[in-house]
Write a protein that binds this ligand. Structure first.
Ligand code: TRP
Length: 420
């Protein structure tokens, strides 16, 4: 089962693609100049509308990357994956937005505001230490008036039947838990407010469990905007969701157009038309949101198998774990080794079943090293003892360095734009 608040059992990624209309990521790889390792290695397996981001990166157009973290437990290697994705897009030219979902932690996990503040700051230090630039927008949901106001307006477009269908809410669900879905939609659309330069493609890197929020937000983006677009063979059909009088405004644009009762057909390159119409919408006070794009990564496996979860300390490596403690956890992790060394030399190991190999893939090794480990493991030359020793060293030195940087970041937090 998979919902935004609970993931249990095996996750069938192909089913997610078939049933929910998530697009497979692989076909896009060729179009990205220098894809991130998580893309190349199939950890990012799906997306929605990522072509918008590909185009923006290629053309040097403005775009944003936004994701949020619920500060209910300490940041761990699963969160680091999302942080790396944000930082990568930030380096590719995207303006980065990082939301600390303290309202969600408070409403859903019932943590105190003091606690969510304290934990949230660790996430902030971690992502800065991982390379987020100083122009990024970092905020606590509860302190961000723009997010909360936008959330309220978006909530006007959602009714109970829809919430029930999307999230399985029932008569026991609190109003606050329902409202945080709107707050998350507010997070996702925040980068497109006029205050931040208006409509722009925005990518939201998340785990597959967050897709219901993405789907809802994409719908809401359209519902609160004035103009809706539909591609035609030779142009774009434009409708107004807020009344016919807005269609009249399109007369100011110098495109070839045909006016009908309920819509206008514009004959010109669609990208150009859409961008001009969005500009017009912003100039008359509309949102003109571009439907947000998303990428989906696989869930990271817990060190003992199963899901990595902040409620099971042995299952994850926290970014704040003392390096030796983390090293011990790695030593006890489940591997893809065989019953005996003899058998392993003969049959080779099974990296696809090994959480150490997964750690290497997601976090610790470059392409060349990864290839070498995989080959030597499969061919029975690299046994688990030696391999684990290397993993322990890598994890320990990574954490040592990261934690030093986090301490150093603490001293220069005032250089960042943090709404707290
Ligand atoms: N709900 C997300 C989680 O539980 C956190 C989150 C809040 C988020 N706002 C967001 C994720 C906006 C992506 C975008 O992890």
């Amino acid at each position: 089962m998979i919902t935004p608040w609970e993931v249990s059992g095996e996750v069938d990624y192909d089913r997610l693609i078939q049933e929910f209309g998530i697009e497979p990521f692989k076909p896009l790889l060729d179009q990205i100049d220098n894809p991130m390792h998580l893309m190349k290695r199939g950890i990012i397996f799906g997306h929605r509308d990522y072509h918008r981001i590909v185009e923006a990166m290629r053309n040097g157009d403005k775009f944003a990357v936004m994701s949020g973290f619920m500060p209910s437990g300490l940041p761990h290697f699963g969160h680091k994956m999302t942080m790396d994705e944000i930082v990568w897009h930030n380096r590719m030219g995207g303006m980065a937005f990082v939301g600390i979902a303290d309202m969600e932690a408070h409403a859903v996990r019932r943590l105190s505001w003091e606690k969510t503040r304290e934990i949230g700051m660790e996430y902030i230090k971690a992502i800065i230490a991982l390379g987020l630039d100083e122009n990024s927008v970092i905020y606590f949901q509860s302190a961000n008036e723009r997010v909360k106001n936008l959330a309220f307006e978006l909530a006007e477009e959602v009714n109970w039947s829809e919430l029930k269908a999307i999230y399985g809410f029932d008569g026991e669900t609190t109003l606050a838990k329902m409202f945080v879905t709107s707050v998350q939609a507010g997070d996702i659309l925040l980068p497109q407010l006029a205050f931040y330069g208006g409509p722009k493609p925005t990518v939201v890197p998340v785990g597959a469990d967050q897709d219901p929020h993405i789907r809802l937000t994409r719908d809401l983006a359209a519902r609160v905007s004035i103009f809706a677009f539909e591609r035609l063979e030779n142009g774009v059909r434009i409708r107004s969701r807020k009344g016919r009088e807005y269609l009249e405004r399109l007369k100011d644009l110098d495109f070839e157009m045909k006016f009908y009762e309920e819509h206008v057909d514009v004959f010109a390159p669609p990208e150009e038309v859409e961008s001009r119409v969005r500009e017009l919408e912003v100039s008359i006070g509309g949102y003109a949101f571009v439907p947000p794009s998303s990428t989906y990564h696989r869930f990271i496996t817990g060190l003992q198998g199963g899901k990595m979860s902040s409620s099971k300390p042995e299952s994850f490596i926290s970014l704040l774990d003392p390096p030796e403690v983390a090293g011990e956890k790695v030593k006890r992790a489940l591997t893809g080794g065989r019953a005996t060394a003899e058998e392993q030399r003969r049959l080779g190991g099974q990296p696809e079943k090994c959480v150490i190999f997964e750690l290497y893939t997601i976090h610790l090794l470059d392409d060349r090293e990864l290839e070498e480990v995989e080959r030597d493991c499969r061919e029975g030359r690299l046994l688990c003892g030696k391999c684990k020793k290397m993993a322990v060293e890598r994890v320990e030195s990574f954490l040592k360095e990261l934690q030093e940087r986090m301490d150093e970041v603490e001293g220069r937090l005032d250089m960042y734009n943090i709404i707290s």
